[in-house]
Design a protein. Structure first.
Length: 353
């Protein structure tokens, strides 16, 4: 059953992002089509530094991987591809558990009370890692997690409309924003789509409109295709499939430069030179108290599988570019940069103090 929450009225924003970090103009994460530290050339050394031996007593036949998002979502699809790839390499069946709800915090909370072991893995994503801990008092603390590998290149948001919409390009979309008579949606509160929408509305001085929060990407895309909303702000890899099928079109990308997938579509950076985009992440984590030998062995198995041609081709089939493997040090620094960008956006949007 579709769950959504209507938010109406002008979103009072004052986004003025001058911070150079994260997904913007620094190497921490670059707009799609540019080189990024997420596409790190130190991947080989990241693999070589870790022990190849399985820890004594480690039960590799029983591995559970929690996805804090709905089946069919971008987070879920990346996780299942990674789990399938590493499961074949390890000779084990990895059980993927979809524990969605409360903007990814249900699954994250469950992961945090599980045994600290290489047998328990979480896919970290924006809501459970960056935004919800700033918005709410949660039963988990992200400092208890150890990110061990990146699962996909960063994703960026785009403004999506149903094919045949009156919003045919950036200019008609901007006019619609300024009229104040529009309804738009995004998947989950305080998600990458939500924050990117806040940035876009502020960048173009949007008038009063109505926002609809959907429970995941499948519900959001259904709303666009049914004409329930005028436009959606969604991740590029999700939109790409619908553009290719002719069902949707992109009218604006939330990037500083033209998007590699939609090079002929205008980007916010063309209108706002100070724009620093939000990007989406999907990383694997274990608990900090996991025995180091187990964490590092699982990390090595994951990185080997992620570097394989079969997984890289899986990424491409789901709208991502190929990626190189990041060291844990680089991954941790990258996540810190992205967290700072998300916090800045939320403060300027008055979502947090």
């Amino acid at each position: 059953m579709k769950t959504k929450k209507m938010l109406s009225g002008l979103l009072c924003l004052s986004l003025c992002l001058s911070m150079l970090c994260g997904c913007g103009k620094q190497a921490a994460s670059a707009p799609s089509g540019e080189a990024s530290s997420a596409e790190n050339t130190s991947g080989a050394s990241a693999l070589e530094e870790q022990s190849a031996e399985m820890p004594v007593g480690f039960d590799k036949a029983n591995i559970n991987w929690i996805v804090p998002a709905a089946a069919g979502s971008a987070v879920d699809l990346v996780t299942r591809g990674a789990a399938d790839a590493v499961g074949k390499d390890m000779g084990t069946n990895i059980v993927v558990e979809n524990l969605a709800g409360a903007s990814q915090t249900v699954g994250a909370a469950e992961f945090s009370i599980r045994e600290a072991s290489g047998r328990n893995i979480l896919t970290m994503a924006n809501a459970c890692y960056f935004t919800q801990p700033l918005l709410n008092d949660l039963t988990y603390n992200i400092t208890d997690w150890r990110p061990i590998c990146n699962l996909a290149p960063p994703s960026y948001c785009c403004v999506a409309v149903k094919t045949g919409s009156e919003l045919t390009d950036a200019e008609t979309w901007i006019e619609k924003l300024k009229s104040g008579n529009f309804t738009y949606g995004f998947a989950n509160s305080a998600s990458i789509g939500h924050l990117a929408a806040l940035q876009a509305l502020e960048a173009f001085g949007a008038g009063e409109g109505t926002a609809v929060v959907y429970n995941g990407s499948p519900e959001l895309t259904a709303a666009v295709l049914s004409g329930e909303i005028d436009f959606a702000v969604m991740e590029d890899n999700v939109l790409l499939n619908y553009v290719q099928s002719g069902e949707m079109a992109a009218v604006m990308t939330c990037t500083t430069e033209p998007h590699a997938y939609f090079p002929d579509v205008a980007c916010i950076g063309e209108y706002d030179a100070q724009f620093v985009p939000i990007c989406g992440v999907k990383c694997a984590a274990v608990l900090q108290d996991t025995p180091p030998a187990e964490a590092e062995w699982v990390q090595r198995q994951l990185n080997q599988a992620l570097a394989s041609d079969s997984y890289q081709e899986y990424l491409e089939s789901n709208g991502y570019s190929r990626m190189e493997i990041m060291t844990e040090e680089d991954l941790t620094a990258w996540l810190a940069d992205l967290s700072a960008v998300a916090k800045d956006v939320m403060q300027k949007a008055k979502l947090i103090g």
